[in-house]
Ligand binder design. Structure first.
Ligand code: ATP
Length: 307
């Protein structure tokens, strides 16, 4: 189990540590031998995960938020043990995507007995992501959000930073090439999962187990465009906006339109992963992921739905 002690926010963070202790007790009570590796700094999770070969472990569990899961996934070797999740982060989007509840007994049941599926990660340049990558408004929010504010206010810090950005947003535009066809937009989310920033739906058809992306293009720029998209997303009405376009694809290139804004950020799974220009592609091999029983991504549920 690779554990990020800094994941999660303030008061809630302390409660999350209590949850972690409950996980560990339950695992030990059920007879599991757990090797527990807390991270000391950014990047440690990736280093630890590189040792998680299937011959040595039955599972490698990322205990933290989406950033920690992303680091673990980046480090996993080709013959890795399956990846499990103990959600202890601020947003926990991947846990929501697979339908994983947050209470320790349910999480433990999933890790011990849950089905597995293969998920196809994406890459931004050489950085792996599991849920989504984005440029534009959301990448600016992620880049400029002070870590201390995230610790104090948790999810609310994203709302505060979004309002701050809206007040002074100097919007660039991007050229997004999807499988060879170019689009011009003010923001773009290249999605592997359909949830975004919580239980908000951005790319309704994106699936972790599908080796393709659904790209959500935000055509309207400026503060009004960003504000409309933010409000519509939180109300579940994003797809009703005429300026939103969904495009499926496998290979995405993103460049800045115009000049003068060097170092434009690209966020992946809620952390800054690259600066433009960016090439976003599907990984060359899938990752084995442990699911909760009954997850809509579980292979048996999919085949039952197909019947
Ligand atoms: N010991 C550590 N000290 C400081 N930073 C760390 C440490 N271990 C990991 N990190 C970094 O902490 C960052 C945030 O972690 P993570 O995303 O898991 O939590 P979160 O931000 O609270 O959750 P979420 O991404 O679900 O909102 C990661 O980018 C990771 O690189």
């Amino acid at each position: 189990m690779i554990y990020n002690p800094t994941a999660g926010a303030g008061q809630l963070g302390r409660r999350k540590r209590a949850r972690l202790e409950a996980y560990l007790d339950l695992l030990e009570d059920s007879g599991c031998a757990v090797e527990f590796r807390p991270t000391a700094k950014r990047g440690d999770a990736e280093t630890f995960a590189a040792e998680a070969v299937a011959e040595k472990y039955d599972a490698v569990v990322a205990a933290g938020g989406d950033g920690t899961i992303g680091e673990v996934a980046n480090g996993l070797p080709a013959n890795s043990a399956p990846l499990g999740i103990f959600p202890l982060g601020t947003a926990n989007v991947l846990a929501m995507e697979i339908g994983l509840p947050l209470d320790p007994p349910a999480v433990m049941r999933a890790v011990l007995h849950g089905p597995q599926t293969m998920i196809w990660p994406g890459f931004v340049n050489d950085r792996l992501f599991t849920i989504m990558a984005g440029v534009g408004f959301d990448a600016h929010v992620v880049r400029d959000l002070p870590p201390q504010m995230k610790r104090w206010f948790g999810k609310a810090s994203y709302v505060i930073e979004s309002l701050h950005q809206l007040a002074a947003y100097n919007v660039p535009r991007y050229r997004v090439g999807i499988d060879g066809k170019d689009y011009d937009c003010a923001s773009a989310v290249v999605a592997k999962g359909h949830f975004y920033g919580g239980k908000f739906i951005c790319a309704p058809h994106a699936r972790l187990d599908d080796p393709s992306f659904e790209v959500c293009l935000f055509r309207m720029g400026g503060r009004i465009g960003a504000a409309r998209a933010t409000v519509a997303l939180t109300l579940g009405l994003l797809q009703k906006l005429p300026e939103i376009e969904l495009v499926r694809g496998h290979d995405v290139t993103i460049t800045l339109l115009g000049t003068g804004l060097d170092g434009e950020p690209v966020q992946a799974d809620g952390d800054i992963a690259a600066t433009l220009p960016a090439h976003v592609r599907i990984g060359s091999r899938p990752i084995p992921l442990i699911l909760p029983k009954g997850s809509t991504l579980a292979p048996d549920v999919i085949s039952r739905a197909a019947e």
